[in-house]
Write a protein that binds this ligand. Sequence first.
Ligand code: BGC
Length: 753
Amino acid sequence: MKEKIKEIIGKMTLEEKAGMCSGQDTWRLKSVDRLGIPTVMVADGPHGLRKQEAKGDNLGIYDSIKAVCFPAGCAVAASFDKELLEFMGGLLGEECRAEGVSVLLGPAINIKRSPLCGRNFEYLSEDPLLAGILAAAYVKGVQKHEVGTSPKHYAANNQEHRRMTSSSEMNERTLREIYLTAFETVVKESKPWTVMSSYNKINGEYVGESYRLLTDILRNEWGFDGFVVSDWGAVDLRVQALKAGLDLEMPYSDGSGDRDLIEAVKNGKLDEAVLDKAVERILNIIFRYADARGKDAEFDCEKHHGYAAHIAKKCAVLLKNENLLPLSRKSKVAYIGPYAQKPRFQGGGSSHINAHKVVGAYEAASNTPAYAQGFAADGKPLSEEEIKLAVETAKNADVAVIFAGLPDSYETEGYDRSHMRLPDSQNELIAKIAEVQPNTAVVLHLGSPVEMPWIDKVAAVLNMYLGGEGCGEAADALIYGDANPSGRLPETFPLRLEDTPCYLDFPGDEKVYYSEGTHVGYRYYDAKNMEVLFPFGHGLSYTDFEYSDLEFSADKISDGEKITVSVQVKNTGNFEGEETVQIYTDSAQNKYRRLAGFKKQNIKPGETKTFEIELDMRAFEEFDERLSDWFCEKDVYTVYAAHSSRDIRLEKQIKINTTKTFNLNVNRNTTLGQLLDHPATKEATSALLAKMGAAVSKGEEVSEEVRQMLRGMALSLPLRSLPSLGFASREQIDGLTAQMKALEEKFMQKENK
Ligand code: BGC
């Protein structure tokens, strides 16, 4: 294949090569008939096929073929279930094969920095580890069918406001730890065929023109070997973008991008070999897909609809339950709210699927509940009589189930939400019903958190997220206990918008300052010990789980090694159910814990299962700007086994054995604290501190308190300040600086050997 592609490129004209690097129309790549290069099609993604036959657009405005709408990213992330994501990816891969789609444009894995981002419903999580692992599973599932994926939008595209021109401003550690990690995981673990570069800039440079992001990091560091495609219409300067590593411009730019490339080669501003390389990467994928045509499949929409409902069941999160759910089908139940009939099951924009059939919970219910509308899905006010009827219907039943949620216009690509509330009409209705009906449950259809001013007044809340076309059947099974809720929140539900970490900097404007740094989502709320509405990882079940025996396969972990963490979990209730064990480790640089691994398993009542989760050094490392590398700052870390980020069940310490160290570059401004922290200079600095202590106390006994105070003050002193404090002469300090520097150099030479 390699040879064949090289040979084809050798025969291509400059014009044909430039043409290969942009689309033919919104969805197709160009063909070159004389050389046997076929045209291939790409389509959105991520939670279904948006294949447009006739007129194409990237905003979800024109219609697409009928397809199965699976649960959106917000929902599938809540499953915390790798196998499920791989399964769903597999179904989508099958559909792509059947429909002649070569690359499915997803998964969408940007971090949920603010709950207001208009596309959060498509994105997976506020946590990079969760997003990365789930995305890798999805990619594996799709690509098993020899169909490509396009993890998007690389990177730091965390808002819709000015998404095509704003610059996400952040330090290197934040970029690496929070905004690049999910892409790194998916690239390393599942080798996606393509990656989609985002619209925005990072620190002043368009991602699509950043050699560092597209070539140094993505290809050279992580080993990405597919092609980079621009987000639709993202390319600004075509030649610069190609040089940076952006191979395919989509959709096309009236041929001007191609013309720029041709001209740049002709006038010597672009090496033709760079163009050849991009063409080679694109052809690799085209032929990879085309050569597997024999694998083209058929798929059964009805069967996939059933799978969509099955997946939705595993995604729903039971947020609150005061002994109300599951309901008996024999109870007199009232369903209130239009979403009982027509659920809101997906968001707007490029991911919008022309769903083949949608079943609401009301239709799915075999027990014919009473029904009243109560509010309008489009936000228009209802008459007082209509509202009164809904309250009366709820009151006259044994149980009221209110199907609430965010209207379509609140969550869509292209703009962000301006507040974090449900429409007032819904909040008011829920409060009114809860007044007269103590057995009130709220079923939510939304893609991101909302404030819940009525939370203390209702008995149960079941969050279906945007559960795809089978979400009504899933809600029905969960409400009546035919299925047991097992979803966990992949994001924090804060109490109020003002509590969110980037409240003061969102959405920003030309420059968006990520001042909260790595304090994103639960990392922030935990570091500040803040009360939240529902924490990251939270989710109830109809049964209970008891944790015991947290064990490690070894008592220390070394560079390049893995350890297995195991926990025993017993189902102590009466319902069969799935538990997700979450493993957290503490940060050395900040006051928070972060998710380091997770596993979901089904457990029968009375049964105990072993959960095994592998951790490698990255579970403990953080990105260290001094080293420009991942680094474990502490010798000992705590590992936590938890039911949620705020429900830690067990903990145990582990030793770290790393040879990595950082270069202090000792100079006269290096502080004693820095010297004490570095293994090379630790000993000499301890001795120096002891000498300084003795000089201050003049040989007298000093109390422990005074000793601590002196030490605290001394650690911030740079070497150069010691003469002015009378600890040494200038010459002595010059000597000391040289001595420390020598110690460090010797140490670093030894380490590098
Ligand atoms: C979106 C992408 C999408 C593309 C094609 C863009 O507007 O940002 O996520 O894949 O359009 O529809």
